[in-house]
Design a protein around this ligand. Structure first.
Ligand code: BDR
Ligand code: CA
Length: 307
C-alpha cells in the first residue's frame, strides 16, 4: 500500500476523502496536518479528529496554519456547514501532536522518503512553509498531489479562481515555483461527483453511513453554487488517482498563480499552447475516468463505514 500524508481542511469533501483513504487497503495514512480554509483551524482540527474517531482510526494529527501567508482568511461555512461539516459532529478525544503542521510534513518526508506521497487538499500555507524550511522536500518524496486551481476552466469562488488557491494565492504561487506537483484542479474535480444511488443508500442507513451521507451530500445553505445539483467530492479525485493511476490523465504545462489582487487574484495561468518559452513546471490533471473514480471511492468509503 502507498504511504500518504494529508494536508487538509475538513470540510465535507475532505471528510469523504479521508474516509475513503482510511478505509481503502491500497493506502496507509501516515499522518495529517490541518489548515484553515473551509472553516477555522480550530474547526478543521476538531473535524479531523472527529473523522478519525468515527471510523476508529488512530493517525497522528498536527495543527497547521490559522491564516493564509499574506491574505486575510476567508472561510466557506455556507457550503460546508456552520462547523465545517454538515450534520452532528461525532465526539472525538484524539490528541493533537505538539508539532506544527508544516514541520510534520517535513518530518514525514524525512521519515518515509521516496515511499511517501503528500496530498495537499486545502489552502497551501503549510506546504509552502514546509518547502521553505526544507527545499529538498520534492526530491525526498515520491510525489506531491494538490487539489486546487483551475487550469483551463473557470473558477468556483470567483469567476476565475478556485477556492483553495484563492484562499492563499501567495502560498499556491510559491508551491508551484518550489515543487513539480500533480495539480488536480476543477478541470477534473467538477466531474468528480458520486451517484445519487450511493448517496441514497447511505442517507437511509443508520450509524456511520448516516453521518457520512451528510458529508457526501453537502450543499450550500443559501445562494447559488455551480455544483448544487451534484456535489463534487473534489478532494477525493486525488485519492482515487493515488489508489489507481488510471483514474486521472495528466499533461505537463507551465503554470503561474496570479497574486496581483485584481479580478484574477488566485487564478491559475496555464500556458496551454506554449506561447512562452517557459518549460513545463507542473503535471496538470486534464481528464477523469468517472466510473473508475466512483468504484474506488465507494470501496474505500464502504470499508470505512462498515460497523
Ligand atoms: C476545494 O475547496 C474546498 O471547498 C474543498 O474542500 C476543496 O478542497 C474545492 O474548490
Ligand atoms: Ca479541501
Amino acid at each position: 500500500s502507498r504511504k500518504v500524508f494529508f494536508d487538509t481542511d475538513p470540510g465535507c469533501d475532505d471528510a469523504v476523502m479521508l474516509a475513503m483513504a482510511l478505509g481503502h487497503d491500497a493506502i496507509d495514512v501516515v499522518g495529517l496536518s490541518t489548515v484553515c480554509g473551509n472553516t477555522t483551524i480550530e474547526n478543521t482540527t476538531r473535524n479531523a479528529h472527529a473523522i478519525l474517531g468515527l471510523g476508529g482510526y488512530d493517525v497522528p494529527v498536527s495543527r497547521g496554519c490559522g491564516r493564509p501567508l499574506v491574505d486575510d482568511l476567508t472561510t466557506a461555512e455556507w457550503i460546508h456547514g456552520e462547523n465545517g461539516l454538515h450534520g452532528d459532529i461525532p465526539d472525538a478525544d484524539g490528541n493533537t501532536r505538539d508539532i506544527h503542521g508544516a514541520d510534520a510534513i517535513v518530518e514525514a518526508a524525512h521519515e518515509y522518503g521516496d515511499e511517501l506521497t503528500i496530498a495537499a487538499v486545502g489552502p497551501l500555507p503549510n506546504l509552502a512553509i514546509a518547502l521553505a524550511k526544507e527545499p529538498r522536500l520534492p526530491d525526498l518524496v515520491d510525489d506531491i498531489y494538490l487539489m486546487g486551481g483551475a487550469a483551463m476552466t473557470t473558477g468556483n469562488v470567483t469567476p476565475m479562481a478556485e477556492a483553495n488557491f484563492h484562499n492563499d494565492p501567495a502560498a499556491a504561487s510559491r508551491v508551484l515555483q518550489d515543487a513539480t506537483t500533480r495539480m488536480v484542479g476543477l478541470d477534473v474535480t467538477n466531474h468528480a461527483t458520486v451517484s445519487p444511488e450511493f448517496i441514497e443508500e447511505f442517507r437511509t442507513a443508520d450509524g456511520i453511513r448516516g453521518t457520512v451521507a451528510q458529508w457526501l451530500d453537502y450543499r450550500p445553505d443559501s445562494g447559488t453554487y455551480p455544483l448544487a445539483d451534484a456535489p463534487a467530492i473534489h478532494d477525493a479525485a486525488v485519492v482515487a488517482d493515488i489508489i489507481d493511476e488510471t483514474v486521472l490523465t495528466f499533461e505537463e504545462y507551465y503554470l503561474e498563480v496570479d497574486t496581483t489582487g485584481g479580478p484574477c487574484h488566485g487564478a491559475v495561468i496555464c500556458d496551454e499552447y506554449g506561447t512562452t518559452d517557459n518549460e513545463p513546471n507542473s503535471r496538470v490533471a486534464v481528464d477523469i475516468d468517472v466510473d473508475r473514480y466512483r468504484e474506488v471511492l465507494e470501496a474505500g468509503v464502504r470499508a470505512y463505514a462498515a460497523e
